[in-house]
Design a protein around this ligand. Structure first.
Ligand SMILES: *Cc1c(COP(=O)(O)O)cnc(C)c1O
Length: 237
């Protein structure tokens, strides 16, 4: 049974309070930190809850699941792809999502640009970086990111809005913080070198968003803390 809307509201209020507290500790304005409701493995009602609560966007980690879910609801939210994207799904993703956060190869950039051009749209993207050097995670290697960004900025139908990362799972609480700081520093350096603002830093999940906010996150991606445990755990992101 999916949680009742009232329970979701209590959870969302608590998450927002935690975000505000993390911002206060970091001397940041909470208006700078967006909340992406991660609806993967949850029914379309999850997107409806997010919209009714006033959240602007939801995140899905599988293309087909996101496409199907979006077709089943009229929820007034933007849909963002946060999970690994395979080349053969690039066209579908480019036409059904409002932003793709998981772009990590030149091949994907070219496929997405071509699909966006065919659809007559400019597609917002983030570059996913494996800032924690985690062998279990997707994302561009740190060393390859400048080159990837250069290619991304050259695509006429993509708009590069920033960077995204997922911290490695670790018992050591300093690992996530290090990962987030690495991404922020990379963003600052690349923005300086290219002149592209790269405003969005998508980092932080239910277990580590306070650290991410301390390190400069502008969007936290929250599933479990909003909707409870997922019934089927999603595959690798
Ligand atoms: C599932 C997922 C999240 C949300 O994780 P929670 O721990 O449930 O908050 C965030 N980002 C990505 C990329 C995900 O796949």
């Amino acid at each position: 049974m999916f949680l009742p809307y009232e329970d979701f509201c209590r959870r969302a209020d608590a998450v927002r309070a935690d975000i505000a507290a993390a911002c206060a500790r970091a001397g940041r304005d909470p208006a700078e930190v967006g909340l992406l409701a991660v609806t993967k493995n949850h029914p379309p009602a999850a997107a409806e809850y997010a919209a009714r609560y006033g959240l602007p966007a939801v995140g899905e980690n599988r293309v087909q699941e996101g496409v199907d879910k979006r077709a089943q609801t009229t929820a007034a939210v933007r849909w963002e792809l946060i999970g690994h994207l395979q080349s053969n799904k690039a066209k579908l993703a480019a036409t059904h999502f409002d932003r793709i956060q998981s772009v990590d190869s030149e091949k994907l950039l070219r496929l997405l640009d071509r699909a966006a051009a065919e659809a007559g749209r400019i597609l917002p993207v983030l570059l996913q970086v494996n800032a924690g050097r985690d062998p279990a995670k997707f994302g561009a290697e740190l060393e390859d990111t400048p080159r990837l960004l250069e290619t991304a900025l050259a695509q006429s139908h993509l708009r590069v809005e920033g960077l995204m990362t997922i911290a490695p799972l670790s018992d050591d609480s300093t690992v996530a913080m290090r990962t987030f700081t690495t991404l922020r520093e990379l963003r600052d350096r690349l923005a300086g070198e290219t002149g592209a603002p790269l405003r969005e830093l998508s980092m932080g999940m239910s277990g580590d968003f306070a650290d991410a906010i301390a390190a400069g996150s502008t969007q936290v991606r929250i599933g479990t803390a909003l909707f409870g445990e997922r019934e089927i755990e999603a595959s690798h992101t």
